[in-house]
Design a binder for this molecule. Structure first.
Ligand SMILES: Nc1ncnc2c1ncn2[C@@H]1O[C@H](COP(=O)(O)OP(=O)(O)OP(=O)(O)O)[C@@H](O)[C@H]1O
Length: 363
């Protein structure tokens, strides 16, 4: 449980942050300069807020009214930065054991467990300079975990990696987020990472937290366009694998009352899956179309239409209990007579959903 309600100042930027999360992975999402790093530095004790309080699992780290301001080392926060910051002269094994020693606590996780979780065994005798950026970040995460933190802060851990290295490390982050057993604050300006890894999403915009809540709910909100970035708009569907049609190479995902077909994921029936569907990959029809190549045709109801002046409109549709966003032209909205409450067929191209957008539902 993470409870933050603080005001502070970083250079010229006044920062006011208020959010609560029930644990698991909380993502702090915002554009560059929104104040993400400054906020995590306040939580970690590197910058002092002017007022308010910060509580992790019931322990106050900072409370201006009660004059509580725990020192950085007493906050027990594992901090993973964009650059791994490993000791260059030490092997991976020594970097990990140093963290354990520096933590000086009875760690809840053994070295073997952490090595296993992050796939570090083949790297143990190597020096940081011989590792790839993704491998270095995995070691940095392992080191942070071994200091037995009460909270793990990851500040854009993938920011310095190219797409191929990101794809290498993401499955480890999936496991970490599902199995870490401690709250994680994950800072990112990639909506893909946020949608994949987190349960709670906190939006940070111009030093303010205008909204926070369950990630699927937040991504379905069309009023947060400025903070989340329009081009990335999409919605998160949660479902389970029904079966894979190997003749056509398609996995069928049950999203509760409807099925979506996507390129074969190699996932077993029953496996929980998250799918981020980008708004620009969704089209709407007022009648069930015939002679169309798009396989995913879901019955939906329009719940909101964004008021915009540009050429595009964002439409939020409910499909069963889930929400899907469509980005279409305002001209189409007018031509088709789309309005709130109208039933539509939601069309999603199967090929638009690739493996990079698939994500397991964190446990
Ligand atoms: N020590 C400082 N002194 C003065 N201004 C600062 C300081 N640190 C940060 N700022 C300013 O505060 C604002 C927020 O910076 P911050 O690094 O927290 O943003 P961010 O959301 O983490 O950005 P990015 O995604 O680019 O890392 C920026 O305008 C930055 O220039």
């Amino acid at each position: 449980m993470l409870d933050v309600d603080i005001k502070g100042q970083v250079g010229a930027l006044p920062l006011t942050a208020r959010f609560k999360s029930e644990g698991g992975v909380t993502s702090l999402f915002g554009q560059s300069g929104a104040g993400k790093t400054s906020l995590t530095n306040m939580i970690a004790g590197l910058i002092r807020p002017v007022s308010g309080r910060i509580t992790v699992n019931g322990t106050p780290l900072f409370d201006a009214d009660k004059n509580i301001n725990l020192a950085v080392q007493d906050r027990r926060i594992g901090h993973v930065f964009q650059d791994a910051r490993l000791f260059p002269h030490m092997s991976v094994r020594s970097n990990l054991s140093y963290a354990r020693w520096a933590g000086r606590r009875k760690a809840t996780r053994s070295m073997d467990e952490v090595v296993q979780l992050l796939g570090l065994q083949p790297l143990l005798s190597r020096k940081p300079a011989t590792l790839s950026g993704g491998e270095r970040q995995r070691v940095a995460i392992g080191r942070a975990l071994l200091s037995d933190p009460r909270l793990l802060i990851m500040d854009e851990p993938l920011a310095n990696l190219d797409q191929a290295r990101r794809n290498d490390i993401l499955p480890y982050l999936d496991r970490l987020c599902a199995e870490a057993g401690i709250p994680i604050l994950y800072v990112s300006h990639s909506i893909e990472e946020v949608a994949r890894l987190s349960q709670t999403l906190v939006i940070l915009s111009d030093g303010q937290t205008p909204a926070y809540g369950p990630v699927a709910e937040m991504l379905a909100r069309t009023d947060l366009g400025k903070a989340t970035g329009r081009h990335e708009a999409g919605a998160l569907l949660e479902g389970t694998v029904s079966h894979t049609d190997s003749a056509w190479g398609l996995t069928h995902i049950n999203i509760g009352g409807a099925t979506i077909q996507i390129p074969d994921l190699g996932a077993a029936p029953g496996e929980p899956i998250r799918l981020r569907i980008r708004a620009r990959d969704v089209a709407l029809a007022t009648e069930v179309p015939k002679g169309l190549s798009i396989r995913n045709r879901l019955g939906g109801t329009i719940r909101s239409i964004s008021e915009e002046s540009g050429p595009y409109a964002e439409i939020l549709c409910s499909v069963g209990e889930q929400m899907i966003r469509a980005r279409i032209t305002r001209a189409s909205v007018a031509d088709l007579g789309l309005e709130v409450g109208k039933t539509v067929t939601v069309l999603i191209k199967s090929v638009a959903i690739d493996k990079r957008q698939r994500a397991p539902v964190p446990g």
